[in-house]
Ligand binder design. Structure first.
Ligand code: FEO
Length: 414
């Protein structure tokens, strides 16, 4: 990786990570970047860092070398967010640098001690506090709790109007050395990162959509010319584009989202499966696009992304030991934990000796305050008969109409 200049006195250092599961369980087939920024006044600060996986801190140090910044030249380490994908490098930094001065939020302080045993030279800051780097460069701090952990803050360079929001406005996707900026990328590549942003948001940020909306309100109050996040590309030409993207995604969590339907289905012996295609065709015949995912074959990460973006959800599964098909229950539980709320939902599926899926579905919906509205379910004993398929198609059309209505703002009656 190479160091690149964001603007006068600000440099982007970055490491791309592949072949891992992000947070230990989210697949990143297109990798992810971990971004760090060096900000120079008369004093020098580094904002955010990288993880401690093999070779990653060394990648960061090599970029400091490249820009002829010695580790001892770094006066301040600013920690916007303590999750180890940004703070893991601190152990390696301390071994090379010795003592150093940290600026972080009050809530980050105990995590610094718990994760890395760092207790000395830790200055805590809160919204409105500043750090003067000299040469007219003043950094201002703003708490943005729960974007994505409670201790998160954003740093704003008042000189260049650059915002460093860490996870907020981030995305998955490895970033090319040659074009880490929206003004150095072709439109198709910017759109690639916007797609990667959608799954990143659904997996990492969605559970915190309400605090993210509050953080965006704070951003709206600032004169922001550049947005330099902890993951993904830097937005220099049109920072409002990523703000709009994030506003859209935060609004999807509570709904309505797009007038589309996510169909999640699972089948043990093919009986529930027989009903999937007729149902999908009936929904699409109403002009409502569908996104079909079989579980457990499709990973949760992708199901979440789809569910976040659709106002309607179909759950198709057999009853399993008096309950929901377990991969479906796991998916639904996670969708609820990500606070994907206020969906219109249709359930269908096969049962053998007993039903019981609805009871568990109701329990999850209630426990996680999902507030989903259900179309009358369609259950069939064993294989679906012709009349079952016809009923299901009618319910699919009903779902499609409700989704269109909800997406235009009129919530359907329960
Ligand atoms: Fe990229 Fe919440 O860390």
């Amino acid at each position: 990786m190479r160091t690149t200049k964001v603007t006068d006195g600000i440099y982007r250092l970055s490491a791309n990570v592949h072949d891992i599961l992000f947070e230990g369980f989210w697949p990143i087939p297109n990798g992810v970047s971990l971004n760090s920024y060096v900000v120079k006044g008369e004093k020098c600060a580094i904002i955010d860092g990288v993880c401690d996986w093999d070779g990653v801190p060394e990648t960061l140090f090599a970029q400091l070398d490249e820009m002829q910044v010695k580790l001892e030249d770094i006066d301040y380490v600013i920690i916007n967010h303590m999750e180890p994908d940004h703070s893991g490098w601190l152990d390696a930094f301390r071994k090379l640098r010795g003592e150093f001065t940290v600026y972080c939020s009050e809530r980050a302080k105990p995590l610094l001690e718990a994760f890395y045993g760092i207790v000395d030279n830790v200055h805590t800051v809160k919204s409105g506090d500043t750090l003067d780097l000299g040469d007219g460069r003043v950094l201002a701090f703003e708490d943005i709790p729960n974007v994505h952990w409670p201790e998160t803050m954003a740093t704003y360079d008042t000189k260049s109007k650059t915002l460093f929001p860490c996870d907020a406005f981030g995305s998955f996707g490895a970033v090319s050395d040659d074009a880490p900026y929206d003004d150095t990328l072709q439109e198709e590549h910017i759109e690639f990162f916007e797609r990667e942003m959608e799954r990143y948001y659904a997996n990492i940020v969605s559970a915190f959509s309400a605090p993210t909306q509050k953080a965006i309100e704070k951003v709206d109050a600032l004169d922001v010319r550049i947005i330099a996040p902890g993951h993904g590309i830097v937005w220099r030409r049109d920072p409002q584009r990523v703000v709009r993207d994030y506003k859209r995604l935060t609004s999807y969590a509570k709904g309505p989202a797009k007038p589309e339907v996510t169909v999640v289905w699972g089948s043990m012996y093919g009986m529930t499966e027989q009903a999937v295609r007729p149902l999908v065709d009936a929904i699409e015949a109403e002009g409502v696009p569908t996104h079909v995912h079989r579980v457990p074959e499709t990973g949760l990460s992708f199901v979440l992304e789809s569910a976040l973006q659709c106002s309607g959800i179909v759950l198709g599964m057999p009853t399993y030991e008096y309950k929901m098909f377990p991969p479906m229950a796991a998916a639904l539980d996670e969708i609820g934990k990500k606070k994907i709320q206020n969906r219109v939902c249709l359930r269908f599926g096969s049962y053998g000796w007993s039903g019981g899926a609805q009871k568990e579905l109701d329990e999850i919906n209630e426990r996680l305050k999902m507030n989903w509205k259900f179309i009358e379910p369609v259950e069939f004993h064993g294989r679906p008969r012709e009349n079952d398929i016809e009923t299901l198609k009618e319910r699919g059309r009903e779902l499609a109409r409700a989704v269109k209505e909800w997406s235009l703002g009129a919530r359907p009656a329960k």
